[in-house]
Design a protein around this ligand. Structure first.
Ligand code: ARG
Length: 476
């Protein structure tokens, strides 16, 4: 069963001292190449290169200020790091898996370029605080990028509001027709969800944006360092206060993954809704063809694959969060190598959500509501029944009684196969003596929508205010 899997040869004897390992001193011989392959992270954490260079540069500058490095040494290190940084950015840098991770690759390259001075860079820090710093810097950038995309998607929804202002849609609970709502009320519902995602991101960012560097392996350092200086240089809002916490903490990554999960869930809800709406059965909207794909066997098919994948990719984002939560479960303080498994999960969630948001904005802008079809179907489902009940309440009838009266009226209308407005006045009058011809003023979806008045409702005036508020908010 495993016959075709490539198996690396086992190194026969472990004798020669491995020159590649900065930690090799205590070891008698080489690492088994299979262990190198098993433990390496550079194949994915090379994505932290720019952050690693930034962090190391700030660290070196700080070491010069506190007198650990001379100005000349610091300059050599900073220049060397800059050179390495641009080689990585241009794709000219060769990462080596035997050097394990991005941190040791960059440090080794520095030593190869500037010699022994490079061996001083790792003073007063460890890879444990280094990786946390790099990762936090990466997540900070990712938060900003995702926030921008969230705003773009909100703008796409708000961008529809002018053209869709007069469209009434059936609102659903239990996916059964419930009450009429303005299309714009739907669009703004998504804006609100995305706005909460934005506030969660902002909130999460403050906890991400605490500097771990200088907490070293787990206990801090005896070297004279100035962590505040590094924080200022790198734009961190504060310092992680406890070195044990710093070395073991991945809350910031998990929290970010959670916020991304809610974004993905919101997109998934929207995608599911629009998949339904684009079916012949609903036929509420036509998706932009550039965001649909066809079938290789059924020539007529125009499938909503972008929406389906948006819904489907939510699974991996949820899975990533689950993996992270299980990853840290029961880990003793402080750093454990298990934590290396965090990065791919976070990278994947961030990339996935970014891609979904980009698609969503385009689909939202490009879709067209099938206004006639929607309008034709609006008198089905007794969407005005609740408004009529509230009208009765307005006449002084207790809610429970009004509910029953209207329930009976709906049953009569259903039997006759007519909407409520299709019942004769006599039926209303025999349902309750206080009902007269004025009842027809609240029947039918248009009038039912117009009757709403509460804050947050689909009342046209309220929705118009909200649209104006969103347009103003998204102006810049
Ligand atoms: N690649 C490691 C990680 O992602 C870096 C930290 C390694 N620290 C250690 N003590 N081995 O977690």
């Amino acid at each position: 069963m495993f016959a075709n899997l490539p198996i690396l040869p086992v190194s026969g004897s472990v004798v020669s001292k491995d020159q590649n390992k900065p930690w090799g001193g205590v070891f008698d011989g080489d690492t088994d190449p299979r262990v190198e392959k098993f433990t390496e992270s550079v194949s994915f954490d090379h994505r932290l290169s720019a952050q690693d260079v930034r962090g190391s540069t700030a660290h070196a500058r700080m070491l010069a200020t506190t007198g650990v490095l001379t100005e000349g040494e610091c300059q050599q290190i900073v220049d060397g790091l800059e050179q390495i940084g641009s080689e990585i950015a241009d794709g000219r840098f060769v990462f080596r898996t035997e050097l394990e991770d991005v941190h040791m690759n960059i440090e080794r390259a520095l030593i190869e370029r500037i010699g022994d001075v490079g061996r001083k860079l790792h003073t007063g820090r460890s890879r444990n605080d280094q990786v946390s710093t790099d990762f936090r810097l990466w997540i900070r950038d990712a938060i900003d990028a995702i926030d921008t995309r969230l705003v773009e998607l909100q703008a796409a929804f708000v961008g529809r509001c002018e053209r869709d202002a007069d469209v009434i849609l059936p609102g659903y609970t239990h996916l059964q027709r419930a009450q009429p709502v303005l299309a714009n009320h739907y669009w703004l519902a998504y804006c609100e969800k995305l706005e909460r995602d934005r506030t969660r991101l902002t909130d999460c960012r403050t906890r991400v944006n605490q500097l771990p560097l200088g907490t070293a392996a787990l206990a801090g350092t005896t070297i004279k360092i100035d962590r505040q200086m590094v924080a200022d240089e790198l734009g961190f809002e504060g310092l992680v206060a406890n070195s044990l916490d710093s070395s073991s903490d991945r809350d910031f990554a998990i929290e970010f993954a959670f916020v991304l999960t809610l974004v993905a869930e919101h997109l998934s809800t929207w995608a599911e809704e629009w998949i339904l709406w684009s079916t012949i059965e609903f036929n509420f909207l036509t998706l932009p063809q550039a965001y649909c794909t066809g079938s290789s066997i059924m020539p007529q098919k125009i499938n909503p694959d972008v929406l389906e994948l948006t819904r489907g990719k939510t699974a991996r984002v949820v899975g990533n969060l689950q993996s992270l939560l299980v990853l840290v479960k029961g880990l003793p303080l402080a750093y454990n190598r298990d934590l290396q498994e965090d990065k791919e999960r976070v990278f994947d969630s961030a990339e996935t959500v970014l891609a979904c948001l980009e698609m969503a904005a385009a689909v939202v802008t490009g879709a067209e509501l099938n206004r006639e079809v929607i309008a034709e179907g609006l008198d089905r489902g007794y969407l005005d029944a609740t408004t009529l009940m509230e009208y009765l309440i307005g006449l002084g009838i207790p809610q429970r009684t009004a509910h029953e009266i209207i329930g009976n009226l709906v049953a009569v209308a259903m039997k006759q196969g007519v909407p409520l407005a299709g019942l004769p006045l006599s039926t209303f009058q025999s349902a309750h003596e206080s009902l007269d011809e004025k009842v027809f003023a609240v029947l039918g979806v248009e009038q039912a929508v117009a009757a709403f008045c509460s804050y947050g409702s689909t009342a046209p005036a309220e929705v118009a205010k909200q649209v104006a508020m969103w347009q103003e908010r998204l102006k810049n």
